[in-house]
Design a protein around this ligand. Structure first.
Ligand SMILES: C[S@@+](CC[C@H](N)C(=O)[O-])C[C@H]1O[C@@H](n2cnc3c(N)ncnc32)[C@H](O)[C@@H]1O
Length: 420
């Protein structure tokens, strides 16, 4: 019974005032995340009676929003969240701090404000007036229902090396192998004519699909329910559908709903195909493996540097990857075979003392040390590195040559100047 009722309610935009959300949704289902952008007070007439914002005074407007988000709190999963895209504006020659006024109103309900994110756009909304400076950003308020909430931060890391600063080549130990974490400034251009169709752009300022996608990825999983109480063009609803989530929207203007349904029908299949083709996981795994390779080689390079300082005699290190590590601090196992005629009996001890301290202890490597007097490299598929460079192997050189200090089956050939 409950299942069929839920089915009737989800995956549509209801032409109902969002002040009545609970009459439609109470006890029927739980929402994982709400992603929305309410009217920015009375800045725009969305063409329907009883709309929130236009025609109201500021107090009425804020109280209505407070009540709606209080209701949404009740139908949100315990680990659920709420994203609100909102902006300040000018009235009577001064700034009205709407994002903060709204955040304070929500504090009176039980929502917990986790983050204030800056959405950096390259264009301003049409009605915004410049003050002394050009306006380039809006606010994203991120609230959660409780202190334990879904936040899939690894799913939204940057691992495209073309977008990272060149330091990842020389300092792989400073980069999370899953990629660079999100920061609090998000750069997404506002959609231009063409992407949602000209008619759409004239009516609204749809949110950028990539930005909505990031919020959905962070705070929900497939099959979850996503709510937008001010659906507008339906950009949140559309992206939810594409990303295999369920959606529920509320929108007063019937025309907008009609346009959304047409848009969905025309573009859904193509967008879903593109979503399925995105092979993020594979690229992320490649990045992880690359960072760990660089770390293993740099670890060997630092060992050479530090042991040379202790005058233990000439040696090479043969290093190979040995598989995944067993804890958060030991991400990868690696073998380090020290090849040389060591006179020092305490070499073992010296190495143990070195590697429990930084920088070695920061590499996430579980090292296994072995010692050998000599080794013949010629038959294997191996790559040689010099003492000053562990990120680009030496070409056309005999691995037995004295300048080669690190030998490995790991092949990296990077040039930091190829990156930002
Ligand atoms: C800023 S727009 C939403 C834009 C939307 N995020 C998008 O990407 O297109 C706000 C929307 O809220 C709708 N709205 C205003 N008052 C409402 C109410 N009481 N119930 C439901 N929708 C309402 C307006 O018609 C308008 O479409």
């Amino acid at each position: 019974m409950k299942k069929t009722l839920t089915k009737k309610l989800i995956n549509k935009i209801h032409n109902i005032d969002s002040r009545n959300i609970l009459t439609v949704l109470q006890n029927n289902l739980k929402v994982r995340s709400t992603v929305t952008s309410p009217p920015y007070f009375d800045m725009k007439d969305y063409g329907s009676e009883n709309q929130i914002g236009f025609g109201q005074n500021y107090e009425e407007y804020l109280n209505d929003l407070q009540k709606i988000f209080e209701d949404i709190y009740k139908i949100t999963e315990d680990d659920g969240s709420l994203w609100i895209v909102i902006d300040s504006f000018k009235r009577d020659h001064q700034v009205v701090t709407l994002p903060f006024d709204l955040a304070n109103k929500l504090r009176e309900t039980n929502w917990l404000l986790q983050d204030i994110i800056i959405w950096k756009k390259d264009k301003t909304v049409p009605w915004s007036k410049n003050g002394f400076v050009q306006r380039k950003f809006e606010y994203i308020l991120f609230f959660t229902k409780s202190k334990n909430f879904i936040y899939n931060k690894d799913n939204v890391r940057t691992f495209d090396t073309n977008q990272l600063k060149k330091w990842w080549v020389k300092y792989p130990e400073r980069y999370n192998p899953k990629g660079k974490a999100l920061d609090e400034i998000w750069e997404f251009p506002i959609p231009v004519q063409g992407s949602w169709g000209d008619q759409y752009i004239r009516h609204f300022c749809p949110l950028p699909q990539e930005m909505v996608s990031q919020m959905i990825e962070l705070s929900t999983n497939e099959n979850d329910i996503i709510l937008d109480p001010f659906a507008g063009s339906g950009s949140v609803m559309f992206q939810s559908a594409v990303m295999k989530r369920n959606y529920i929207g509320f929108e007063l203007n019937k025309e907008f709903i009609k346009m959304f349904n047409n848009y969905l029908e025309k573009t859904f299949n193509k967008a879903r195909k593109e979503y399925e083709l995105l092979d993020n996981l594979n690229s992320q795994n490649e990045f992880e493996s690359r960072i760990l390779d660089l770390r293993i080689l740099k670890y060997a390079k630092l060992l050479v540097r530090d042991l040379d300082k202790q005058n233990i005699g000439y040696f090479k290190i043969l290093t190979n990857k040995k598989g995944k590590g067993e804890s958060k601090n030991k991400l990868i196992k690696a073998e380090y075979m020290l090849i040389g005629e060591f006179e020092d009996e305490n070499i073992h001890q010296k190495i143990s003392e070195l590697v429990i301290k930084p920088p070695f202890s920061k590499f996430g490597i579980d090292p296994q040390f072995t010692f050998q007097k000599s080794k013949n490299f010629s038959k294997n598929e191996l790559f040689g590195y010099i003492k000053s460079n562990s990120y680009s192997y030496q070409k056309d050189i005999d691995l037995d040559s004295a300048t080669i200090r690190i030998v490995s089956n790991i092949c990296v050939d990077l040039n930091e100047n190829d990156y930002l």
